[in-house]
Design a protein around this ligand. Structure first.
Ligand SMILES: Cc1cc2nc3c(=O)[nH]c(=O)nc-3n(C[C@H](O)[C@H](O)[C@H](O)COP(=O)(O)O)c2cc1C
Length: 333
């Protein structure tokens, strides 16, 4: 299953392996692309990862996780980001981008959040967003999506996981608003709608969700599934399933594939194209996850940081020969 092609709208993926978004904190203060990023992402395309999703890229300078996040808040970012996309395409990879506002977890002195609740004492106390702030954030997501399309990305992913701004709106632990946005699904719906006005119909749109907060009161995979069923008619094609990061005192039991159960619940209730993973360290588990209906695509995060050639080097274990690129063919074991 891992080596079966998958078509999502006009995007053709040559297998089911995904590099999930992973912040490298290697941009300069202006959020600009460094040669590192080009090398880093192209290397994973050479390693035959079908879908590469660029790290959380900031839609506003005050919504950065660090001062070294990549940015897509200005048209001046377009030429630099285009180099990454072109280089990944050269080696046969599809290139996605995750767009993000870090909300109360931003490095900014006075971060914004649905409610003025601090993540933990090491973070700044946020201020509660006004309706004007909310309008601005929706437009910032939209402008980022417009740029992503102009640059040539194949897949766009809105970050609504890990306790960043859109996740904060989704959770009853962080959204205590009494206005319309106290309806926790309102903002993500408006963001998806706005993004869809500029992100072409034929290109797949995804959202990354935290399917559990690992506390009694909080987001559940069933609740996320209901939300996805409401987002699908607005233009959502893909759900990338993760967990955690919204409350500080979470207790997560880690084991290979620890988030696949969430992906499975969500996929079975929504039938949406699902990306699943979490601590996957071998191709057998990945293959099995697709086989048993947990997900359609599998992400390998830290594994591919350690070893960008892992998929090529281990494909034979699944009885599959993945050809080395021409320039490396003499390296074949
Ligand atoms: C260095 C690092 C940076 C990450 N940055 C992001 C990010 O920008 N956006 C995101 O959604 N997840 C991020 N994650 C989470 C990964 O996408 C992935 O879900 C997580 O590492 C679990 O998968 P793995 O066990 O295969 O690594 C990051 C993880 C790591 C290790």
């Amino acid at each position: 299953m891992l080596f079966k092609e998958l078509q999502i709208k006009n995007l053709k993926l040559h297998n089911r392996a995904v590099l999930p978004p992973m912040c490298m904190y290697m941009a300069n203060k202006a959020g600009e692309v460094d040669r590192f990023h080009v090398m880093h992402y192209a290397t994973r395309a050479i390693g035959k990862i079908a879908l590469i999703i660029q790290e959380a890229t900031a839609i506003h300078p005050n919504g950065r996780i660090s001062n070294n996040d990549l940015g897509i808040w200005s048209d001046t970012h377009i030429p630099g980001l285009r180099v990454i996309v072109d280089e990944v395409h050269k080696y046969g990879g599809a290139m996605g981008i995750q767009i993000n506002h870090a909300g109360r977890k931003a490095i900014y002195k006075k971060p914004i959040a649905p409610t003025a609740l601090q993540f933990n004492p090491r973070y700044n106390v946020p201020r509660e967003m006004t309706l004007r702030d909310i309008k601005k954030v929706i437009d910032d997501f939209k402008q980022a999506a417009r740029r992503a399309n102009e640059i040539g990305y194949d897949y766009l992913e809105i970050h609504a996981a890990h306790g960043y701004l859109l996740c904060e709106f989704l959770s009853p632990n962080t959204n205590k608003r009494t206005d319309a946005y106290g309806e926790r699904t309102l903002l993500i719906k408006e963001v998806v709608k706005a993004v869809r006005e500029v992100w072409p119909e034929e290109k797949p749109l995804g959202v990354r969700f935290s399917a559990s907060e690992y506390v009694d009161q909080g987001i559940t995979p069933e609740w996320i599934a209901d939300l996805i069923n409401e987002l699908k008619p607005l233009g959502l094609d893909v759900a990338n399933i993760s967990s955690g990061g919204n409350v500080d005192e979470q207790e997560i039991k880690l084991f290979p594939g620890y988030q696949l159960e969430f992906a499975k619940i969500i996929r079975s209730k929504t039938n949406i194209i699902t990306i699943g993973g979490g601590l996957i360290r071998d191709l057998d588990l990945a293959d099995h996850a697709i086989e048993d209906g947990s997900c359609d695509l599998v992400y390998f995060g830290r594994l591919l940081l350690r070893d960008p050639m892992y998929v090529i080097n281990n494909a034979l274990k699944l009885g599959e020969e993945v050809r080395y690129p021409e320039f490396y063919k003499r390296a074949k074991a």
